[in-house]
Design a protein around this ligand. Structure first.
Ligand SMILES: Cc1ncc(COP(=O)(O)O)c(C=O)c1O
Length: 440
C-alpha cells in the first residue's frame, strides 16, 4: 500500500462533478449549441450517438431511448415477445431485466448464476427451456461479460432469441469482441452512475438483426411511421438532445475511464487477495471487465430462517397495481411455480434448508457496517434475489431454488470504484476491511 491512510476519510461510491471537470467546458458548449438550435428531440446529437455507439460495440444499428429499461422492453417486443411467452433471465440482477419481460406479458423464468462471474450459468439453461421459451437475457453483471460462447449454441439450436443486458458493461470484451455486438440485440443504460452515464435518464437498443430496426423505431415513438399515422401502439421513449450531447462528449473519455477503473480494481486485488474471508472478483479467461462495480464476497457462515414477506403468494401485486403481466390471462401466468421448481436438485440431494433458510449475511453486513461507520460507502447489489421478491411470489419460488444466487446475495459487497478514486482512498477502504475481518 502507498502512504499511511489518514485516520478518517469519507469515500463516496463515485464523484461525478469531479469526473466531469476536465470535459465540463466541452459539455457546456455542446449543451448551449443544443439550446440555441431549438431542436430538442430526435435530432443530430442523438443520431451521432447512435452511429458512434453502434460502431463502438460492433452492432449493425442503434436506437437512442429514454432508459435502459425501455431498451429491454422495446428490444424484447421487437423480438416478438408477448403474452404467455417465457423469457429466461438470471435471478441475480436489477429487476429491470425481468420487469421488461413482464411488461410485455411474458413470464420470467430464472436460471441460477455461476459463482465466480455472477452471470447466468450456461449449464443450467437447457433444463429451464419449455415450448414457450422465446428469449433469453444474459446480464453482463458488474461489467463482466456472460459466457456467450456457451450460451449462444444452446439458444441458436432451440430457436431462442438473445438480448444482452449490458447496462453495466459498456466497453467490456468477450474473446476480443465488445459486448453489445454478440447477439441479436443489446440494451444499454445511461443512468448517471453507469460507466457511460448521462446527466439524467437515457438508454439505447443495439441491434444486430436488420429486421429489428423498423419495429423498434416504431415502438420508440407511439408506433408512428409518419406524423400522426400509427401502425402500432408504442411508447414515448425518445432520448432528448441534451442527454445525447452530454453522452457524445463523455464517449470520448470512456476507454480512458474504463482503464482507470481497471487499474483501481487491480490495486484492490493486490491488497485484498488473501485477506481471510474475502474473495476478490475474478475475470474469466478471454474476457475484460469494466468494473462498473468492484464486488468482493465476504464469506457467509450458517443460515437464517426465511420469513415470507407480507402478501407473499397473492395473485396480484401486493400494491394492488395491475401492470404488465398482471393484465395477461390467468393461464399465461398461472401459479404453477411447482413445475418450475421441480428438478433443480437431483433426486435425494435436496438440502434440509430448502424452502426454509437462506445463507446468513451477518458477516458481510458487519463488514459493511464497519465501512459505513468509517465513512466508506459500500453497497449491496442485490440483497434480495428476484425469485424471492414479493412481486414474483406468484411463481411459487422458495429459498433454495437458486442456491448460488442466494449465497451471492448474502456475500456480495461493492466497494467504491470510479475513474477518480485515489490510492489514498483505496488504502483507507482496504485498511477498514482488514480491521473489520479481524472482528468477525
Ligand atoms: C442490469 C441492469 N439492467 C437494466 C437497468 C435499467 O436501466 P435504466 O435505469 O436506465 O432503466 C439497469 C440500471 O440500473 C441495470 O443495472
Amino acid at each position: 500500500m502507498s502512504d499511511t491512510p489518514s485516520p478518517s476519510m469519507n469515500v463516496p461510491p463515485l464523484r461525478l462533478p469531479e469526473q466531469h471537470a476536465p470535459i465540463r467546458d466541452a459539455m457546456a458548449q455542446r449543451l448551449l449549441a443544443v439550446l440555441d438550435s431549438g431542436g430538442y428531440i430526435l435530432g443530430k446529437e442523438g443520431k451521432e450517438l447512435e452511429q458512434r455507439l453502434a460502431a463502438y460495440c460492433g452492432a449493425k444499428s442503434a436506437l437512442a431511448l429514454n432508459s435502459g429499461t425501455d431498451a429491454l422492453i422495446i428490444g424484447l417486443a421487437a423480438l416478438g415477445v408477448g403474452c404467455g411467452d417465457e423469457v429466461i433471465t438470471p435471478p441475480f440482477t436489477f429487476i429491470a431485466t425481468s420487469e421488461a419481460a413482464r411488461w410485455l406479458g411474458a413470464r420470467p423464468v430464472f436460471v441460477d448464476i455461476e459463482p465466480e462471474t455472477f452471470n447466468i450459468d450456461p449449464a443450467r439453461i437447457e433444463s429451464a427451456v419449455t415450448p414457450n421459451t422465446k428469449a433469453l437475457i444474459p446480464v453482463h453483471l458488474y461489467g463482466h461479460p456472460a459466457d456467450m460462447d456457451e450460451i449462444l449454441p444452446i439458444t441458436d439450436d432451440l430457436g431462442i432469441s438473445v438480448l444482452e443486458d449490458m447496462a453495466q458493461a459498456i466497453g467490456a470484451t468477450y474473446k476480443g469482441r465488445k459486448v453489445g455486438g454478440l447477439s441479436a440485440a443489446a440494451a444499454l443504460s445511461f443512468y448517471p452512475t453507469k460507466n457511460l452515464g448521462a446527466c439524467g435518464d437515457g438508454g439505447m437498443l443495439l441491434m444486430n438483426r436488420e429486421r429489428l430496426l423498423e419495429p423498434a423505431t416504431l415502438l420508440r415513438n407511439h408506433g408512428q411511421h409518419e406524423r400522426y399515422y400509427h401502425l402500432s401502439d408504442g411508447l414515448n421513449s425518445r432520448l432528448d438532445e441534451f442527454q445525447a450531447a452530454v453522452l457524445n462528449v463523455k464517449l470520448d473519455k470512456l476507454d480512458e475511464w474504463n482503464g482507470l477503473r481497471a487499474e483501481a480494481a487491480a490495486y484492490y486485488n493486490a491488497h485484498l487477495d488473501g485477506v481471510p474471508g474475502i474473495t476478490t472478483p475474478k475475470v474469466a479467461e478471454g474476457c475484460t471487465h469494466v468494473y462498473h462495480q468492484y464486488t468482493i464476497r465476504v464469506s457467509s457462515e450458517g443460515w437464517v430462517e426465511w420469513q415470507a414477506p407480507q402478501g407473499w403468494g397473492a395473485a396480484n401485486s401486493p400494491a394492488g397495481i395491475k401492470a404488465g403481466a398482471h393484465r395477461c390471462s390467468a393461464k399465461a401466468h398461472s401459479e404453477d411455480g411447482a413445475a418450475y421448481r421441480s428438478g433443480r436438485y437431483p433426486e435425494g440431494e435436496v438440502p434440509p434448508t430448502h424452502g426454509k433458510s437462506l445463507p446468513n449475511p451477518a458477516r458481510r453486513d458487519a463488514v459493511m457496517a464497519h465501512l459505513r461507520a468509517s465513512g466508506v460507502v459500500a453497497m449491496i447489489y442485490y440483497p434480495v434475489p428476484l425469485h424471492l421478491q414479493n412481486v414474483y411470489s406468484i411463481y411459487g419460488h422458495r429459498p433454495g431454488d437458486f442456491p448460488v444466487t442466494e449465497r451471492a446475495a448474502a456475500e456480495v459487497l461493492s466497494l467504491p470504484i470510479h475513474p477518480g478514486i485515489t490510492r489514498a482512498e483505496q488504502d483507507y477502504v482496504i485498511a477498514k476491511i482488514r480491521e473489520a475481518v479481524v472482528e468477525l
